[in-house]
Design a protein around this ligand. Structure first.
Ligand code: IVH
Length: 703
């Protein structure tokens, strides 16, 4: 019963609404539902206009306090009369409703991608070809910043926002309507009446640079992995299961296209430029930097001005999109594969800068590899201050002859961490010497070894603190022990509570709660997650063991072949090398690992902790999912992960423990781990549990 329904049997006492002996606060002070409805609608349209002024036009006409007061009044009415809540009410933006998983959405018209041009000649070749095909000697071009975010499609029915979806594979995306409602610049209701009954717009959802920096700062404080760039953070943001989490990411959107439109209501402009203006009048956020030109030379000039100016923008762009204005030519020009001929992405070159290489430091990887990296005189590269950059490995430094004291070229390209491209030889100081990697481990002082045929040196000491820190970090990450981030690993090592990965399974709540900022709730959760991790499959365990040259895929191949850790440990180098897909270098490394007494002691400890060390060989069956590769992360409500893996394997798919580009689906249960972010970073399709079951059902699996 809502307060409105029980109104008839109650009365007001000093502004409070009483039923029997209970007091209900009547927040809005409105008694009748009709009155409430009129008032709510009035407030909603007022707030929609204020949102538009603030979030789209950037010209607020009321103070924040006045705006908050209107919101408070609307919330009060909706609290008293919940039956009046509409999905497009501004109160629903903050994620009052939980997203119902991500159902698939078929795009009525495919969402395409763009061909790239990197230099003027490529832009001109595109232009010449388009002119020839269209039989025109002149075009008008619309130039738009290419926003580095993710494409979304928004559907409006009678002026109301009814559905939002990701691009997905271009034909089918995910329904993320509830999450998109939290983006305040997406109009829930359109302005005026000049719109088709039913239509779709497309745009780029993105995370502003400031929001990105703040998010990463917060994540660093919590010891969580950082997002490589705003695009990944935005992609993760729109796929949150809880819209409240999306709201926290402070995403925004630029609308760049009309999708399809039908029904009466408005005639759509014939040009793209005019379409954008019309969309702007309806209340959509259209990028103010968009320009129209008559000549391709002007396009080139405009692009050049942005090579530098882009760093001053509050969001990242990675090029300019050039579109032919006349939409009647779009169908005529058609497509090549998934790329229309009427548009091209004119990308910016990777951003480079030169600076002085002050020192070469070395960090120790989880397998003991000594990884050189550059300490630089701080330099701005594409709006970001770079102080360190990777140097890959010792051989690479030698090959490029990068020396301490050199002026070097530093590069940032897309989401890649800054790298040193090479030295500027003309500026080399006198007396510089070729680089040599230290002969001893910088962390423990043990003499480094350089195995034959390898590009780098290694610290052979398993108890080396730096190596152990990285190994444990890798172990808890791969075993997906959620909550135990790198920060905690470091604290636990410092306190002597763990010395190797197996110790993680022997921690107790009273040890953990002793740590600063660790409550009982969190400690219990971490231990519960560790308990669950014990039943991961052998492939996952093998990868987590941090054997040199054994990544996720190789681990799966070896685990499937031998089926038990003991069988792998007992195998000779030759036996391992006979497994298809495993080379002699890997076989040697695996064999050496299990021959090591220290490693064997850790494995015995893992056994004592009850960690699963077996896996049934996946029989390669042909089925509807043949060719697909699944990774599971988080807790599935319906069955243990191992069962779900067996199920997809029985349908012909492969189940693996680690996210690589080969993976086609990541299934995210409750509390998903870092695999989810990695998947999002790679643009791999993520299924929640409902979507996963829907897929299984479609492929003949009974509930
Ligand atoms: S037009 C048929 N305009 O770039 C092409 N795309 O590489 C429709 N993007 O998937 C896209 N800014 O996510 C267009 N102003 C812009 C854009 C833009 C960013 C993205 C979009 C698209 C990708 C293609």
């Amino acid at each position: 019963m809502t307060p409105a329904q029980i109104w008839g049997c109650c009365h007001f006492v000093e502004g409070r609404f009483t039923v029997g002996c209970y007091n209900y606060p009547m927040a809005s002070g409105i008694k009748h539902v009709q009155e409430a409805q009129v008032k709510a609608e009035e407030l909603r349209s007022q707030i929609h206009i204020l949102d538009y002024e603030y979030y789209v036009k950037n010209e607020p006409s009321l103070s924040d306090a006045e705006y908050d007061e209107l919101m408070r009044r609307l919330r009060a009415i909706e609290a008293d009369f919940p039956e009046l809540i509409t999905p497009d009410s501004p109160t629903q933006r903050v994620g009052e409703r939980v997203a119902e998983g991500f159902a698939a959405v078929e795009h009525r018209e495919p969402m395409l991608s763009l061909a790239n041009a990197f230099k003027q000649s490529e832009l001109e070749a595109w232009n010449t070809r388009a002119r020839k095909l269209a039989g025109r000697d002149k075009f008008r071009y619309v130039c738009e910043p290419k926003i580095d975010g993710l494409a979304v499609a928004l559907v409006y029915e009678n002026g109301r926002f009814v559905q939002g979806a990701t691009r997905g594979d271009g034909l089918r995306g995910e329904n993320i309507t509830e999450n998109l409602r939290t983006i305040r610049s997406i109009p829930m209701q359109l302005q005026g009446k000049n719109f088709p009954e039913h239509f779709e717009v497309r745009g780029e959802a993105y995370m502003p640079k400031a929001a990105f920096e703040k998010l990463n700062e917060e994540r660093a404080e919590r010891g969580e992995t950082l997002f490589a760039n705003p695009r990944n953070a935005a992609a993760g943001g729109v796929r949150q299961m809880d819209p409240k989490m999306t709201a926290k990411r402070r995403l925004d959107i630029w609308i760049y296209q009309l999708g399809w439109a039908d029904g009466d209501g408005a005639s759509v402009p014939a040009g793209h430029w005019d379409t954008l203006r019309w969309l702007s009048d309806l209340g959509f956020r259209i990028n103010p930097e968009i320009k129209r030109f008559d000549k391709i030379d002007e396009v080139e000039k405009f692009y050049r001005t942005w090579e530098d100016r882009r760093h001053g923008l509050q969001y990242e762009i990675d090029g300019m999109v050039v579109k032919i204005d006349d939409k009647s030519l779009w169908d005529e020009l058609g497509y090549v594969g998934r790329e229309p001929r009427w548009a091209i992405a004119y990308k910016f070159p990777p951003i480079q800068a030169t600076t002085k290489l002050k020192r070469i430091s070395v960090n120790v990887g989880r397998t003991g590899s000594l990884n050189p990296f550059a300490i630089l005189e701080p330099v701005q590269v594409g709006g970001v201050i770079v102080k360190q950059a990777t140097l890959h490995n010792e051989d690479d430094v030698r090959r490029k002859d990068i020396r301490v004291g050199d002026v070097v070229i530093v590069q940032r390209a897309g989401d890649v961490i800054p790298q040193v491209v090479g030295p500027v030889l003309s500026k080399r100081p006198k007396g510089s010497r070729p680089y040599r990697i230290p002969k001893t481990c910088p962390s423990c002082g043990t003499e480094a070894v350089r195995p034959e045929g390898e590009a780098m040196s290694y610290c052979p000491n398993l108890s080396c603190p730096a190596q152990m820190y990285r190994w444990i970090g890798h172990f808890v990450g791969v075993m997906d022990i959620e909550g135990l981030g790198e920060m905690w690993v470091s604290t636990l090592l410092d306190r002597g509570l763990i010395k190797d990965p197996a110790d993680v399974f022997f921690l107790a709540v009273d040890q953990l709660v002793e740590l600063d900022r660790m409550g009982e709730k969190m400690a219990t959760k971490i231990l519960k997650n560790a308990e669950t991790a014990k039943s991961r499959n052998l492939s996952t365990l093998l990868f987590a063991l941090g054997i040199r040259h054994v990544g996720g895929e190789i681990a799966t191949i070896i685990a499937n072949h031998f089926e038990t850790l003991d069988a792998i440990a007992a195998a000779s180098t030759e036996e391992i090398a006979q497994v298809e897909g495993v080379g002699p270098k890997i076989a040697e490394s695996v064999h050496a690992y299990f021959a090591d007494a220290q490693k064997r002691a850790i494995i015995e400890k893992l056994r004592k902790a009850g960690v699963n060390m077996t896996q049934k060989r996946a029989k390669r069956v042909e089925g509807p999912l043949t060719g697909q590769t699944f990774v599971f992360t988080g807790t599935l409500a319906a069955m243990p992960r191992g069962k779900a893996e067996a199920l997809v394997e029985s349908l012909g798919a492969e189940a693996t423990g680690s996210v690589t580009r080969k993976v086609t689906y990541v299934v995210a249960g409750a509390d998903p781990g870092s695999k989810l972010q990695k998947a999002q970073g790679y643009g791999i399709e993520v299924l929640d549990e409902d979507a996963f079951w829907a897929m299984l059902k479609k492929n003949g699996v009974k509930a």
